[in-house]
Design a protein around this ligand. Structure first.
Ligand SMILES: [Fe+2]
Ligand SMILES: [Fe+2]
Length: 162
């Protein structure tokens, strides 16, 4: 097991990762929190409910955040949109595979999920998201909650749940 798996600083957002937009930075911070929750929950098999809730939140967050960024890039007429979308699609696939291996009972799947998420996130923000930093302006970013941006849930559905 790599030594970094034990290092919780792996799971922390830091100022150098800012893309210059508070809404998008806010999404990124939540991703790191989710990665840390996987890491903490992985020490205890009794945390099944926590782990599965975090996985479901992560799935919605990934879909919503990627949509938010892609719509912002589209609005800004950012030329790297297509390549960026491919990176998002590839990671969505990786995430689904990791979740499947968790449900298949694979040993260490939870820890691997948290670690992969934080590693991918750090790399993606530093090398891919940062490229749109000078293109995207505040007006390009839809600031609404992610469930509205993704269109996967409507406010009526939320009201019904609660
Ligand atoms: Fe991002
Ligand atoms: Fe991105």
């Amino acid at each position: 097991m790599p030594a970094q798996l034990k290092d919780l600083s792996t799971y922390a957002w830091r100022a150098e990762l800012s893309v210059g937009n508070d809404v998008i930075d806010g999404d990124h911070k939540v991703f790191f929190n989710l990665a840390e929750m996987f890491q903490n929950a992985s020490h205890d098999e009794e945390n099944k409910i926590v782990i599965e809730s975090v996985m479901s939140t992560l799935t919605e967050y990934v879909a919503g955040h990627f949509k938010r960024e892609e719509l912002a890039m589209l609005s800004a007429e950012y030329p790297g949109l297509e390549a960026h979308m491919r990176e998002h699609a590839r990671f969505t696939e990786t995430l689904h595979q990791l979740m499947q291996s968790y449900y298949a009972g694979s040993q260490g799947a939870t820890e691997k999920l948290g670690y992969t998420l934080s590693q991918w996130l750090t790399h993606h923000i530093e090398h891919i998201d940062h490229k749109y930093k000078d293109w995207i302006k505040e007006k390009d970013v839809d600031p609404r909650p992610l469930y509205e941006v993704a269109g996967c849930l409507k406010q009526d559905d939320i009201d019904e749940i609660w």
